[in-house]
Design a protein around this ligand. Structure first.
Ligand SMILES: [Zn+2]
Ligand SMILES: [Zn+2]
Length: 249
C-alpha cells in the first residue's frame, strides 16, 4: 500500500465562479508545489478543461483525475470522478444534453474559459455552467456508475448545495460509498445527526476557486497499485471510492 496526497475538488477558469488564474497549467504547477500527488479537476457541469489538465499534470508528475461537480435537479452538488479521461468525456457529452440552456453573462457570472495545456484559450462555453441540470440525484448516480465512475455528495456540511440541507437528512439511496466534508471539525456532529454516514469514506478536498486555496499535502489515501503508472493509480483510486466501508486516512 502506498499513501497518496490528494485534492479531488478543484475548479478551473471554466467554472464561472473560479478565478481566471485557475488555468490547467497553473493548477498542476501549484498542486506540485503543495506536494499533492493525485488531483481531480471538477468544474461545474463540464469536463471540457480535463484534456488540457491531463497534459499539464504529466509535466509535473501529478496523477490527474477527470471529474465534474454536477448540479442535480434538486440543486445538490455531486462530485463525479472517472477512471479514464475517455469515460469522463463521454459522461460530459451526456450531461451536455441535460443542462439548462441559459446563456452565460460573463460580466455578471464570470468567464467560462476553455484552454489547452499551455494555457492558450481555445474557446468559451456560452452555456451558463453553474445552473442545475435536469438530472435527479438518482439519475446522476446511475449515469456516473454506467461509465465506471464514482460519485459522492460534495460539501455535505454546507447549506448551499449540500445534500443534508436540501433533503433534510442524508438519504439511504443512492447508496453512496463516500461523502465530502469541507470542515473536518464537523465530522463527529454530522455522524451523530446522520448515522448513515458512519460507514462511508470521508473525503476532504479544497473546492478551490483560487490557486492559493488548493489543499496542502494533508489528506491521503492508501492504494495498492503500481506507483509507476498514472492510469493504474487513477483506476485504483476510483475503485476505492466506489467500494463500501473504507477507512478514513
Ligand atoms: Zn459545490
Ligand atoms: Zn465546487
Amino acid at each position: 500500500m502506498t499513501d497518496f496526497y490528494y485534492d479531488l475538488h478543484l475548479h478551473s477558469c471554466l467554472s464561472p465562479c473560479a478565478d481566471n488564474d485557475m488555468t490547467p497549467k497553473n493548477i498542476a504547477g501549484m498542486a506540485y508545489l503543495k506536494g499533492l500527488q493525485i488531483v481531480a479537476l471538477t468544474d461545474h457541469n463540464t469536463c471540457s478543461n480535463c484534456p488540457a489538465f491531463f497534459k499539464a499534470c504529466k509535466k509535473y508528475g501529478i496523477v490527474p483525475v477527470a471529474g465534474m461537480e454536477l448540479t442535480t435537479a434538486e440543486e445538490i452538488h455531486l462530485i463525479c470522478l472517472f477512471p479514464t479521461l475517455k469515460a469522463a468525456m463521454k459522461f460530459d457529452s451526456v450531461v451536455r444534453n441535460h443542462r439548462t440552456p441559459i446563456k452565460n453573462r460573463p460580466d455578471i457570472f464570470g468567464e467560462q474559459i476553455i484552454m489547452d495545456e499551455n494555457d492558450e484559450i481555445t474557446g468559451y462555453d456560452v452555456n451558463l455552467l453553474s445552473f442545475a441540470t435536469d438530472l435527479t440525484l438518482e439519475d446522476a448516480y446511475k449515469a456516473v456508475d454506467s461509465f465506471g465512475g464514482a460519485s459522492y455528495p460534495a460539501h455535505i456540511d454546507r447549506e448551499a448545495n449540500g445534500i443534508i440541507a436540501i433533503l433534510g437528512s442524508f438519504p439511504e439511496e443512492p447508496a453512496f460509498s463516500c461523502v465530502e466534508i469541507h470542515d473536518m471539525t464537523l465530522v463527529d456532529a454530522l455522524k451523530k445527526t446522520n448515522p448513515i454516514i458512519k460507514n462511508k469514506l470521508v473525503i476532504n478536498s479544497s473546492d478551490a476557486h483560487y490557486l492559493t486555496d488548493i489543499n496542502e499535502a494533508v489528506n491521503s489515501v492508501a492504494l495498492n497499485c503500481d506507483i509507476s503508472k498514472a492510469n493504474h493509480i487513477r483506476e485504483k483510486l476510483v475503485k476505492n471510492l466506489i467500494i463500501k466501508n473504507n477507512k478514513v486516512h
